[in-house]
Design a protein around this ligand. Structure first.
Ligand code: SIN
Length: 531
């Protein structure tokens, strides 16, 4: 089946949906999402969205905190633009129906998180993402120009080179998309294609990301010829619940923002030894400190202690975390929560300019899939939801201006070629490779790296990649196979960027190059496919 549209959006989190709402009055929008519309990382976000709202705060302070957390690799013009656009982005969300938590005097309750020198996190208790997703889904569902394709997974981007017989691709023309339930590949031709596919936490064995976080956008953009940057900067969240049945449930940094203290099993508070900001140090510092504590003391986890706070306050401020911990037999008002770090946020991604456009014309990327220059070597907590809304608006402005110049006719796009593909009789291969990649990345490309471990990971991934490439075209596409190919590509991109960066900065720490080297490495690592 063949469909054409003005705007194709892949992904349905905060970035994709707010972009869809911004352009929907000007043309048809197709939103493609691989599970139910709300199955996104946005929906799981607890902490909130950072913006300068308080009269005691300033843009300069938010800019400084972002630059410090990003270890000065963030692009200052982008940081400035995002921070200054923050209040308008918050107004957009409120106008779309998002209800942030207020205080008794009707002012917004502002939380604090690691690396922020002021209280500036708007939140909906500890379910901010769920509230944002709810409001945006309601708004897109009621817009007549937006068609939502749930249970559809994009397989690959369509480029001028693919339809025109080769060469280096210059322009994106849409995507081939698998209708997972009907097992049919659709050809979706689009004037503008926007990747809003989120992150890639599933590349690692332990992650607090949802199952959908398989780096699809980065992998597709790379295969289509777009530049990919800073993939070595995978952020590990310091505190996810340590429990055999908890599937890395996140314990928001806002808990530390309200005074929780990290302790060893013997009760000693240890962050005093690592950073002047102690438990509210930037995330890379806290995750590395915990990693070190676990290795030195041979413990399985550390403990997050908020028992000194009024239990009613804790239950009211963190109802979701409180209930979830209780369901695992932990009453956080009475006992410390066992926690460990887990993969949380990809700071690198599809390299885009300050208008969100990649170096493949008409291909844009917003949200976690993009590398805009905001996060540098380590994202400041709660800057990601902000980035998603601000860049959705920038991209919308750019796309509308481009279409106003006159839509380019789409060339004839050939349908998906099934070749001699058959049904797979070897599902075990997919499961095995998937598991091997995630273990390999956790063990060799984790919080602390070395040249040797990275080389080892590269060799393993190379072998798996060859095996998948052989296997891939023999079978009908399935979402498992598509995701496996994508996590393999993304894992290799992470290792390639990590191998290039011969220094330690922010989230990339290697024992072989432990210092930050501004002279040679205050620059992005960029990789591009050869054609
Ligand atoms: C959290 O609630 O700790 C996550 C917030 C974020 O990653 O920005």
């Amino acid at each position: 089946m063949k469909i054409t549209t003005e705007f194709l959006v892949v992904g349905s989190g905060i970035a994709g949906l707010s972009y869809a709402l911004k352009v929907a009055d000007h043309g048809r929008v197709a939103v493609v999402t691989k599970r139910e519309i709300s199955e996104t990382a946005t929906n799981l976000a607890q902490g909130g969205i950072a913006s300068v709202i308080s009269s005691e705060d300033s843009f300069a302070s938010h800019v400084r905190d972002t630059m410090v957390a990003g270890v000065y690799l963030s692009h200052e013009d982008v940081v400035q633009m995002v921070v200054e656009s923050g209040p308008q982005a918050i107004c957009d969300l409120i106008n779309w129906g998002v209800r942030f938590t207020k205080r008794a005097d009707d002012s917004y309750d502002l939380g604090r998180e690691g690396g922020h020198s002021k209280r500036r996190i708007l939140h909906a208790k500890d379910m901010t993402g769920q509230e944002i997703e709810r409001a945006l889904v309601e708004a897109v569902r009621s817009h007549p120009n937006i068609t939502i394709y749930e249970h559809h997974i994009a397989i690959d981007l369509i480029t001028d080179a693919k339809v025109g017989g080769g060469g280096r691709p210059q322009r994106c023309l849409g995507a081939h998309v698998l209708d997972i339930r009907k097992r049919q590949v659709l050809t979706l031709g689009a004037q503008i294609t926007v990747l809003a596919t989120g992150g890639a936490g599933k590349v690692y064995l332990y992650t607090c990301n949802p199952d959908v976080a398989t780096g699809d956008g980065v992998a597709m953009a790379y295969r289509a010829g777009a530049s990919i940057a800073n993939m070595e900067f995978m952020q590990f969240h310091p505190t996810t619940l340590f429990h055999p049945n908890a599937k890395s449930f996140l314990i928001s940094e806002a808990v530390r923002g309200e005074g929780a203290i990290l302790r060893r099993s013997d009760g000693t508070a240890f962050m005093t030894q690592y950073h002047p900001l102690k438990d509210l140090a930037p995330r890379d510092v806290v995750a590395r400190a915990i990693d070190n504590e676990l290795k030195v003391h041979g413990d399985d986890c550390v403990y997050l202690d908020i028992t000194h706070k009024d239990p009613d306050f804790v239950k009211d401020r963190f109802p979701h975390i409180y209930k979830t911990c209780l369901s695992f037999g932990i009453d956080m008002t009475l006992e410390p929560i066992p926690v460990v770090p887990a993969a949380h946020y990809l700071c690198g991604g599809v390299q885009v300019d300050i208008w969100g456009e990649s170096d493949l014309a008409n291909l844009f990327a917003i949200g976690e899939v993009a590398c805009t220059g905001l996060h540098g070597a380590n994202r400041l907590a709660s800057n990601s939801l902000l980035e998603g809304v601000v860049f959705a608006d920038r991209v919308a402005q750019r796309c509308l201006a481009r279409l106003a110049e006159g839509a380019q006719p789409l060339p004839e796009i050939t349908p998906w070629d099934y070749g001699r593909a058959t049904d797979s009789d070897e599902e075990v291969v997919v499961a095995h490779n998937w598991d091997e990649i995630r273990r390999c990345m956790w063990n060799y490309v984790g919080i602390v790296r070395s040249d040797k471990r990275l080389d080892r990971a590269w060799r393993r991934l190379q072998l798996i990649d060859e095996e998948i490439s052989e296997y891939y075209w023999d079978f009908y596409p399935t979402s498992d196979l598509i995701e496996l190919r994508n996590i393999t590509t993304v894992a290799k991109l992470i290792v390639r960027c990590a191998q290039q960066r011969k220094e330690s900065r922010g989230l990339h720490y290697t024992i072989d190059h432990p210092d930050t080297d501004d002279l040679h490495w205050k620059q992005d690592t960029v990789v591009r496919k050869r054609f």
